[in-house]
Design a protein around this ligand. Sequence first.
Ligand code: ZN
Length: 127
Amino acid sequence: MSATAGRAARGEDEVVKKMAALLKSGATMLEQTCPACNVPLFRLKTGEIVCPSCGQRFVIVSSDEEELEVRGNLTLQELERVAIEKLARVAAELRAARDYSEVSEALEVALNLLRVVEYARRIRKGA
Ligand SMILES: [Zn+2]
């Protein structure tokens, strides 16, 4: 926590510049402030909410239920992202595989990762 606060105090000018840039890009300044830096948060055009100081992303929600849903979606997105990263690695391993046992091992991992991606997407879309 102290590292974040230190970073915020150090670059006050920088933060102001970032805020100006955010506003210029069409972002909106919010009433809510970053709990770590105590500066106003900004809602980007994409709907994402960021702190101009520490760059942390936030989710502002109105109810616990909504919060749970949003948090769940973020977790699923993260899971999907990690699975895709790993898939790239598995693809490289598959390319380098020298025998069928290595191939089938890599394929099995790939299939499991694909299943994760598929489920994560399906759940996120509520299907
Ligand atoms: Zn912050």
